[in-house]
Ligand binder design. Structure first.
Ligand SMILES: Nc1ncnc2c1ncn2[C@@H]1O[C@H](COP(=O)(O)OP(=O)(O)OP(=O)(O)O)[C@@H](O)[C@H]1O
Ligand SMILES: [Mg+2]
Length: 206
């Protein structure tokens, strides 16, 4: 079972969108996947409620202090992949999620206000024993080259960056209203292609 934690120290950078988006891609690829929501705002859990209890992936809400127990139950149930979604700014939850993970995903918007939080994430990764981590450039304006400038800056900080960029597209947020992801909401759309490529890449490095 792979445990992938989605962490950043910036609110609204796309953590929940990445966590549920990749979980649904895994399900579409025939895997058994679940989302563990550590965010007291319960954005992923509420998304799961809108989706419907019987529609995979299962979404479980829990406090960081209960994470080990919840993962132990998941391990006994033969899951292929767990995505852990974390709150916008909680070092405690982020550290618990990073410690539990085989791989950490860090969504960042290509903007200085997001990029400058990466040094903080580096410290959390170091505190939690430095698991492998990949930055995902998220909510990038489709026009211009901010994503390429951001990629260079993030690489210079020593992070790996996923080749797939998630651009700013209405399908990502419209889909969440329905408890769906962009791949389900607009299967032929660009956001759907981005999620599929991102999943393939992440699956290849786990
Ligand atoms: N690529 C994208 N394009 C357009 N909108 C997006 C994209 N990714 C996320 N959003 C929207 O941006 C908002 C914040 O995204 P999301 O909830 O995934 O971020 P978050 O990091 O989980 O936030 P929080 O820190 O509050 O938990 C949501 O309304 C979401 O639908
Ligand atoms: Mg969130």
């Amino acid at each position: 079972m792979h445990v992938v934690s989605v962490v950043s120290q910036k609110g609204g950078s796309g953590k929940t969108t990445v966590a549920v988006g990749l979980a649904v891609e895994a399900v579409r690829a025939g895997k058994i996947a679940a989302v563990v929501d550590l965010d007291p705002q319960a954005t992923a859990a509420n998304w799961g409620d809108r989706r419907g209890e019987d529609v995979p992936p299962t979404v479980v809400s829990c406090q960081a202090s209960r994470l080990e127990k919840v993962l132990a139950v998941a391990k006994s149930q033969d899951l292929d992949l767990i995505l852990i979604d974390t709150p916008g700014k909680s070092a405690d939850a982020a550290i618990a999620a990073i410690k539990a993970a085989n791989h950490v995903l860090i969504p960042v918007e290509p903007h200085i206000s997001n990029l400058e939080t990466l040094s903080n994430v580096s410290e959390l990764l170091a505190l939690a024993g430095k698991p492998r981590a990949t930055v995902i450039i998220s909510k990038a304006p489709p026009l211009g080259r901010r994503h390429e400038d951001a990629r260079a800056a993030i690489t210079a900080l020593g992070f790996s960056v996923a080749p797939t960029v998630l651009y700013q597209r209405a399908a990502y947020s419209d889909a969440t209203n329905l408890g769906s992801t962009a791949s389900e909401y607009e299967p032929r759309g660009k956001a759907s292609i981005e999620l599929s490529l991102l999943y393939s890449y992440i699956a290849s490095i786990l």
